[in-house]
Ligand binder design. Structure first.
Ligand code: CP
Length: 315
């Protein structure tokens, strides 16, 4: 396995979920597997969960871990080939990725979109340049358009919590004061389409996700209609794909409240975190027994662990 960037990189989702459950039940069973193997985690952007859970997953497998905040601690990286590097960038991705590969056996990269140019963000330039130039496997720690470690953890959480074989899962847009990437909802839709669930997406008009993620999925522009009889409510804000990067203003009634949750089938509340309280979701929902946010965060460790386990197993 040379990369983990999307659900398309895995062979069988049911097998991966079963493996994650086994690793969760016995996290240290494969501590020998990572002996003398080093994971390098490279962050261009902030992180709490991804950073700590991926380190924990590696430690559980007996690996060594090195972490670097590339934006603040590294040289400024040039991505273009053939550039005369007489401006701001100091180190080319060819050397940077090649050098990191001398120290690390697996590399994780987090790189957010700029939300200025849709084609540029959706080309996944930074992640793909790392994959092209690294000499070792690369794991996405959230890229411009996808967050596969989060989605795998979310699949595991739904599998553990579901009360019916094919639950209704509603991914709903929720308000936020700043422009956020589409990575989490894109990825959630991508993985849910492979999982055995009935996925419905709810968002205001003008905030439909890219067609490749909504194809074959029911998309509603009325949140109340979508929430009816939901088993799981996954709230997330995203900026517009259509009017790229635009913030949704005037949709405060899309916040998830106890009244909204009352429309569901005693549904569970999910969010990837971090979450803005009383903007995305009301305190009463987030602090209720219906909230799965800590279970999701816990499962981030086992999502990362199954990825590393598969890579280590494959040599
Ligand atoms: N959900 C998530 O990826 O959290 P962090 O940005 O804190 O890693």
């Amino acid at each position: 396995m040379k990369k983990f960037t999307s659900v398309k990189d895995i062979d069988s989702l049911p097998d991966w979920v079963e493996t994650a459950k086994k690793l969760k039940a016995n996290p240290y069973a494969f501590k020998h597997l990572g002996e003398n193997i080093t994971l390098g985690l490279l962050f261009f952007n902030p992180s709490l969960r991804t950073r700590l859970s991926t380190q924990k997953a590696a430690i559980n497998l007996g690996m060594n871990v090195m972490v670097m905040n590339l934006n603040s601690d590294g040289w400024s990286i040039e991505l273009e080939d053939g550039t005369v590097m007489d401006q701001g960038t100091q180190e080319h991705i060819k050397e940077a990725a090649g050098v990191i590969s001398q120290y690390c056996d697996i590399i994780g990269v987090r790189t957010f979109p700029r939300l200025k140019n849709r084609d540029e963000d959706y080309s996944e330039k930074i992640l793909n340049k790392f994959i092209q130039n690294a000499l070792v496997p690369v794991v996405s720690l959230e890229s411009a358009t996808l967050h596969p470690l989060q989605s795998l953890a979310d699949v595991l959480t739904i599998e553990e919590q579901k009360k019916t074989p094919k639950p209704k899962v509603v991914l709903t847009w929720a308000p936020h004061p700043r422009a956020l990437p589409q990575a989490v909802p894109n990825s959630f839709a991508e993985w849910m389409k492979v999982a055995d669930v009935n996925l419905v997406i709810a968002n205001p008009e003008g905030f439909d996700l890219a067609p490749e993620f909504t194809e074959g999925v029911t998309v509603l522009h009325k949140q109340d209609e979508a929430l009816k009889d939901a088993d799981f409510v996954y709230a997330k804000n995203w900026s517009s794909f259509e009017d790229y990067g635009k913030i949704g203003e005037g949709f405060n009634d899309w916040q998830i409240t106890t009244d909204k949750m009352a429309l569901t089938n005693q549904g569970k509340f999910m969010h990837c975190l971090p979450v803005r309280r009383n903007v995305i979701v009301a305190d009463e929902v987030l602090d209720s027994d219906a909230s799965l946010v800590l279970e999701q965060a816990n499962n981030r460790t086992y999502a990362a662990q199954v990825v590393l386990y598969k890579m280590l197993q494959n040599g």
